[in-house]
Write a protein that binds this ligand. Structure first.
Ligand code: F0G
Length: 352
């Protein structure tokens, strides 16, 4: 085995602009496609999880960020800015550090998971909390970077981001030897669904695979503009990563849905949290709440007969469960410590 070289090196000839680049990399990509036997049993499908929480900063954002920061480096930019519900800021901070650039992040007040904030702090980002939601932060970031063009905008409105993120679709096809029949993923700002669809479409156009999946985009019920067909002005959900009311890649998401014969669905917070616990408890994969929306959407779509048994399905689980310890521990009862005594342990285990 040779070691995974990072996704720019792995897919260089398929990445616009990357031919001559010396990548800024943390060896992102090459994440496992993990079979999900329990979910397969539940649905009668062959279900896989694309475990994106195993990227260097714990989310799929690293795929876009290696591209965006390398691109910024070649443009001579010394500073980057993003709006973020947390994962983009962690990723931007890490790659900017690798490139010797400074990084500032605009985060929505009080609505980012603790693990993500800890990453941004440790990775040296300038953290600016905004009295508004993600959509407000993104609008601000766009205004600031258009007024000060020496600062690079590294949200997914940056074309290099989408270009990098499409490699996840390549990896899935490379492992399966074909495209899946259905691909489910959480949708917030809609960059990732746009990227996956581009990846599948390019492999299909080049004859690497002979079909493309139906795309199932899952939003949180309280932040479901694509399901409703209109922006949501006060998005709310426990899945803070996708608490977004006005997705920047609206058109890309619509195209993915329409061209693939796919669908958008809303999952309630209760459905998201139930899938969140199910994936951990039955598959041994700990993801963050937003990531579980893909599985919640798949289960509901299967129950309604939107897809048949026997199909090959991939669910992207976008971020690591360690990002959001508060949601993991919410509702855990406080237990009294036991004495240092084997009998007490046996009693606690209900063996005695
Ligand atoms: N899952 C996670 C864990 C995310 O962090 C995000 C987006 C998504 C899904 C949705 O992806 O925006 O491409 O549709 N997080 C962004 C951020 C908004 O700032 O980290 P999308």
């Amino acid at each position: 085995h040779t070691r995974w070289p990072g996704l720019i090196a792995a897919y260089r000839d398929r990445l616009a602009g990357a031919a001559e680049w010396e990548p800024v990399t943390l060896y992102e990509g090459g994440t496992p496609l993990v079979p999900a036997p329990h979910l397969s049993e539940l649905t009668g499908c062959e279900v896989y999880l694309k475990v994106e929480g195993l990227n260097p900063t714990g989310s799929f954002k690293d795929r876009g960020m290696t591209m965006a920061i390398t691109d910024a480096k070649y443009r001579g930019q010394r500073a980057v800015l993003c709006a973020s519900t947390g994962n983009t800021s962690a990723s931007a901070a890490a790659y900017a550090t690798r490139a010797g650039m400074s990084c500032a992040v605009l985060i929505p007040e009080g609505k980012i998971a603790m693990g993500k904030l800890a990453q941004a702090v440790m990775l040296g980002a300038k953290i600016i909390q905004v009295a508004g939601n993600f959509d407000d932060c993104l609008e601000l970031a766009r205004k600031v970077t258009s007024e000060f063009p020496s600062i690079g905008l590294v949200n997914s409105v940056n074309p290099a981001r989408i270009e990098g993120q499409k490699t996840a679709a390549f990896e899935i096809c490379d492992v399966l030897g074909k495209a899946p029949d259905v691909h489910a993923l959480p949708v917030g700002n809609a960059g990732n669904i746009t990227a996956y669809w581009r990846g599948y479409s390019e492999y299909h156009a080049d004859g690497v695979v002979d079909s493309r999946p139906r795309m199932l985009g899952v939003q949180a019920a309280g932040a479901a503009p694509l399901v409703n067909g209109a922006p949501v002005s006060n998005p709310e959900t426990v899945a803070t990563a996708i608490r977004i009311g006005a997705p920047a890649s609206w058109n890309g998401a619509m195209a993915a849905k329409e061209e693939s014969g796919g669908a958008f669905r809303a999952a309630t917070d209760a459905e998201i949290l139930s899938a969140y616990r199910l994936i951990a408890a039955t598959e041994g994969v700990f993801v963050e709440p937003a990531s579980a929306a893909s599985v919640a959407g798949l289960l509901a779509a299967r129950a309604e007969g939107w897809l048949d048994a026997g199909l090959t399905v991939v669910c992207t689980v976008t971020g690591n469960g360690l990002k959001d310890p508060d949601n993991a521990l919410a509702g855990m009862p406080l237990v009294q410590p036991i004495p240092v005594d084997p009998v007490a342990v046996a009693r606690a285990l209900e063996l005695a």
